[in-house]
Write a protein that binds this ligand. Structure first.
Ligand SMILES: Nc1ncnc2c1ncn2[C@@H]1O[C@H](COP(=O)(O)OP(=O)(O)O)[C@@H](O)[C@H]1O
Ligand SMILES: [Mg+2]
Length: 566
């Protein structure tokens, strides 16, 4: 059986309130009877408490205000100066969470007295003479209450700290954060929102979201808010244009997220957004850089393409020049002969001269060759003209607005200027739907996509054909209408794409080619142009050792891609 002392020490440990270290709960005993004070002090000290005693109410107040940490006060009702009840009232005037636990001790044992004591702010009531077990039990209740109180205070501090941290976090994040409550009013508007829209939080918070004064496409935003609210689903708006406070147009990326409380009844919307104007400008610069790069790469090939027809045009012109010299000599001799005939005398030497000149001019040969030379020269000139036209079409200045475009023609131009890239390794076949309608698009950027796909196809085929070129692969470019979409396919007879890299090929800067041949941007840009800028799709079908087909699908009308997205 444990000794009373062990029991007391064990009990004393449980008198501690967390976070107050080894310090046990302090008890102030206020009683004008010295005997009672000593008796209580002995008992409580033995139980493990730190006890101080005072003889009247004023001293009790001072002792309590001097004390730090959890405190129980055992107050006699009747005392000189302030009585126990007055001390309770005084203490309870302070509206702090950290309050002492107050026990009134008195020989007044009437029900009305107990009520008066509790109403004055006492937590408990103990009759005199004090029964030791009852005192211990009631002090135990006090300690339990102080522990709960302490727990509450700590939770409150933690909550406040978390709140401050959250506020700081919200303030410091660079994304726009706007919270809209269930009545459509703004209840949170962070610093990024202030800076982006130049509207201070003091003006925005409490204001109706719809009337806060952002200059953007409100029908689209409100439609998204409505869908987010009714479907309780996350909605993303990728490229929202808005008027920046500077007056210029800017781009935002926005997501709307439904806020639902744990109980599931309260709703609101959290709008997160980022200004992506600079990002878009950089993207455009990157696209332009890639375009310049591919034009640079193509330049040598194009020069070669122009050189060949130029070469045979000039060969033919030289032939025509020489032929004309011979014909001219024959014509001169014939003219002289004509004059002598006109004078009525035919000079045999003039006849001989004319005959020799006609023979030298080799007229039969000329009759055959000159038209061919002329025809070839015209074809050569037309070839040069068509390359120049294709270059002009290809380097179509970047448009911001889409315009109805003849994609078959775009394919012809791209095939023409990229000829030198593929002609040594592949034959290029086109299978273009003559009834293809005009497609709303950014022609310059789509040309770039076509070029990237054709050059990739040529590179792929180059991996599998022998360098001497006796056996070529095939690139097939086709177009067709498929319902509300048009489809462009670029198929090659290359090695196919190995399964291990199939999910990486659209990543920016992913390339399997050596430096100088690939930068890994072709498909990333193609994806961006087709998916983001045209609401289309770009996919591929591939089979190892058979080849690859890239499929670009573009919506014929703007509404198509919205339907496809939803
Ligand atoms: N038609 C194709 N056949 C096989 N592999 C391809 C084909 N097109 C693209 N790839 C693969 O995808 C990678 C990324 O292509 P791309 O983005 O155009 O960059 P790059 O051509 O500069 O490497 C290529 O390096 C290649 O491994
Ligand atoms: Mg490429």
């Amino acid at each position: 059986m444990p000794s009373t002392n062990t029991l007391n020490r064990y009990a004393a440990r449980s008198w501690h309130v967390p976070d107050h270290g080894d310090q046990p709960v302090r008890i102030v005993v206020a009683d004008d009877s010295a005997l009672f004070r000593t008796m209580l002090q002995t008992m409580l000290t033995e139980w493990g408490f730190e006890v101080s005693t005072v003889a009247d109410g004023r001293e009790a107040l001072t002792a309590m205000s001097d004390s730090q940490g959890p405190l129980i006060a055992v107050l006699d009702w009747e005392m000189p100066g302030l009585n126990g009840i007055q001390v309770c009232k005084e203490i309870r005037q302070k509206e702090t969470l950290e309050q002492p636990y107050l026990i009134i001790v008195t020989s007044k044992a009437q029900g009305a007295d107990k009520v008066a004591a509790l109403e004055a702010g006492a937590d408990d009531y103990l009759g005199k003479p004090v029964n030791e077990d009852e005192l211990r039990a009631r002090i135990g209740v006090g300690v339990r209450t102080l522990k709960l109180q302490h727990h509450l205070i700590r939770s409150k501090h933690e909550l406040r700290r978390a709140l401050v941290e959250t506020q700081e976090l919200i303030t410091s994040i660079s994304s726009i954060l706007i919270e809209i409550d269930e009545n459509g009013k703004i209840c949170r508007w962070n610093q990024a929102a202030e800076q982006t829209f130049m509207i201070p939080a003091s003006r925005a918070v409490g204001c109706s979201f719809a009337e806060v004064g952002i200059q953007w496409d409100w029908p689209t935003v409100m439609d998204a808010v409505l869908r987010c609210d009714t479907q309780k689903t996350h909605i993303r708006l990728d490229e929202m244009t808005y008027d920046r406070p500077s007056g210029k147009k800017g781009f935002l990326e926005i997501s709307l997220n439904p806020l639902v409380s744990e109980s599931g009844n309260r709703w609101g919307i959290l709008l997160l957004g980022a200004d992506i104007t600079e990002h878009k400008q950089m993207e455009a610069q990157l696209a332009l850089a890639q375009k310049m790069e591919s034009i640079g790469q193509l330049a040598a090939g194009i020069a070669h393409e122009i050189n060949t027809p130029t070469q045979y045009v000039s060969d033919n012109l030289r032939f025509l020049q020489e032929s004309f010299a011979a014909i001219q000599t024959a014509l001169d001799a014939l003219e002289e002969l004509y004059h002598t005939v006109c004078t009525g005398t035919v000079n045999p030497s003039t006849m001989e001269q004319a005959k020799t000149a006609l023979e030298a001019a080799d007229l039969d040969y000329m009759r055959e060759e000159i038209p061919t030379a002329l025809k070839q020269s015209l074809e050569g000139a037309e070839r040069v003209a068509s390359i120049v036209r294709a270059m002009k079409d290809f380097s179509h200045p970047g448009l911001i607005e889409k315009k109805p475009t003849d994609l078959n023609k775009a394919i012809h131009s791209t095939v023409t200027i990229s000829r030198n890239e593929w002609k040594y390794v592949a034959d290029l076949v086109t299978d273009l739907d003559p009834a293809l309608p005009l497609v709303p698009c950014l022609p310059g950027e789509l040309n770039q996509v076509l070029l990237n796909l054709i050059v990739n196809a040529a590179h792929a085929i180059a991996e599998v054909v022998s360098p001497d070129g006796d056996q070529k692969g095939t690139i097939t470019v086709s177009t067709r209408v498929d319902g509300e979409w048009i489809e462009i396919r670029v198929a090659d007879t290359g090695p196919g794409i190995p399964p291990a890299i199939r999910n990486k090929i659209f990543d920016p800067f992913f390339t399997t080619k050596q430096v100088g041949k690939g930068t890994g941007q072709g498909l990333a840009i193609a994806h961006d142009v087709v998916v983001k800028k045209h609401g289309g799709q770009i996919t591929f079908e591939t089979e190892v050792n058979q080849g690859t087909t890239f499929i670009v699908r573009l919506p014929l009308h703007d509404g198509v891609h919205k339907k496809a997205c939803s």
